[in-house]
Design a protein around this ligand. Structure first.
Ligand code: DX5
Ligand code: ZN
Length: 223
């Protein structure tokens, strides 16, 4: 099975560690877990697909050992194929790629699933959901990005509520939302069909347990 296959219609919280204190990563994740987090969102950035640079498989492997939560790697990189084996080896349970950066998307998703992991696609704000039309059978989840990939703490792009609704009409796969998700924006996204609430700054800029709990509660109220 797997996290996304077993999710059903639940609303869950996934802290994005990009906004965490990297010197205390395990502790930060434990705090978010105390507030109800069920999945860890791990942002990988390469300074090519996005202007920012973050962490890679070595840090993922350490984090996997330090938490009992599943770790979901969001690859915001060019040529994601070459990184997949290292993330599989690191022990993450799912990998999400940007179709804009994958030359042969079917092959990329097949490589992730072939390794026994769940596979996702993250759509940048202006990428039409129709790009996924022929790969739904090879996907376990869709990430609708509500900011441009690359940085935490950006402003929520309101039009993405309608995009979630469109993706919901196209598939019954679980939808994650990523970018500017807070106790204010989460209900809008859940109402439109999102079930996995990814949040960085909204969780780690305050007390991670309390903020995680607040976010999940506000999302669940919209069900
Ligand atoms: C942006 C990342 C997000 C980011 C979200 O490229 O994919 O996961 O950490 O950060 P917030 O929640 O601060 O918008
Ligand atoms: Zn992300």
């Amino acid at each position: 099975m797997g996290f996304f296959r077993e999710l059903g219609d639940r609303v869950v919280g996934a802290p994005s560690i990009l906004a965490a204190d990297f010197a205390n990563l395990a502790e930060e994740v434990h705090r978010a877990q105390a507030g109800g987090a069920e999945l860890v969102h791990f942002d990988v950035m390469d300074n090519h697909f996005v202007p920012n640079l973050s962490v890679g498989p070595v840090v993922a492997a350490s984090l996997v050992k330090a938490t009992n939560l599943p770790v979901d790697a969001h690859l915001q990189v060019e040529r994601p194929d070459s990184l997949i084996p290292a993330f599989v080896e690191a022990g993450v349970t799912s990998i999400c790629v940007q179709p804009e950066a994958a030359t042969h998307l079917h092959r990329t998703l097949a490589a992730i699933r072939g390794a026994g992991l769940e596979a996702g696609c993250a759509l940048s704000p202006t990428t039409p959901p129709e790009i996924l039309e022929w790969v739904f059978p090879y996907l376990n989840y869709v990430n609708v990005m509500s900011v441009n990939p690359g940085f935490g703490g950006q402003r929520f792009i309101t039009e993405m509520v309608e995009k979630v609704r469109r993706v919901r009409e196209m598939t019954c796969l679980p939808i994650q939302v990523d970018g500017g998700i807070s106790a204010r924006t989460a209900p809008l996204m859940v109402e439109a069909g999102a079930r996995v609430l990814i949040a960085g700054s909204a969780v780690f800029q305050g007390d991670p347990a309390a903020e995680m709990q607040r976010l999940i509660k506000s999302g669940r109220r919209a069900l």
